[in-house]
Design a protein around this ligand. Sequence first.
Ligand code: B12
Length: 133
Amino acid sequence: MQSFFGGKKKFIKEIKVYQPDLIGFSCMNAQVKEVINIAGYLKRNGVDVPIILGGIYPTLYPEILRCKTIDYISRGESEYTLFKLMSVLGEKRPNLRGILGLGYKEDGQIIENPHKAFYRLFFLLYRQPCCVL
Ligand code: B12
C-alpha cells in the first residue's frame, strides 16, 4: 500500500519483479472502495496474480466476490484458510472444496465453504512455551 501511494507505476513494477503467488488485502468496511480500486488497477496493468480479501468486510459480506477482480475471500480467522489455500494454489486444478472459511468462484458461481471452528487459543498458547511471556 505504501508503494502504491508512493507511485502507482513503481508499485506495479515492484509486484512484477517480486512475482507473488497471491496478493492479499485486509479489508474493513471503510476500506473496501479503495481496495477494489487498487485491485482493479493491478489487474488492468497486467498483474495476473489472484487476489484475496480478508478481514471484517469479506467476513460480513462474502458477496464482494461478485466483483470480478476479487478471486478469493477468507472469512473469520484466516491462519488455517490461508495456509491451506497456499498449499494447493500451484496445482493445475486445485481442490478448494474442503478449505474451511474460503470463498471463491467456480464456473462463474460463488462458492462459500463452511466456516471453520474457532481456534483453541489456550491450547496454542501453552503448547509453545516461547509464547508464554
Ligand atoms: C484492535 C482493533 C483496532 C486497532 C488496530 C490495531 C492494529 N495495529 O491492528 C485500532 C485501535 C488502531 C483500530 C482502529 C480502527 N478500527 Co478497529 N478494531 C480492532 C479490533 C478490536 C480487533 C482487531 C484485531 O486486531 N483482531 C485480531 C486479529 C488477529 O484479527 P483480524 O484483524 O480480524 O484478522 C484476522 C482475520 O480477519 C483475517 N484477516 C485479516 N486481514 C486479512 C487479510 C488477508 C489477505 C487474509 C487472507 C486474512 C485476513 O486473518 C486474521 C488472523 O486470523 C476489532 C474488533 C474485533 N473483535 O475484531 C475492531 C474493528 C476491526 N475496528 C473497527 C473500526 C471501525 C476501526 C476504525 C475505522 C475506527 C475509527 N473510526 O477510526 C479504525 C480504522 C483503523 C485503520 N487504520 O484502518 C471495526 C470495523 C467495522 C467494519 N465493519 O469495518 C471493528 C470490527 C470494531 C467494530 N465492531 O466496530 N482498531
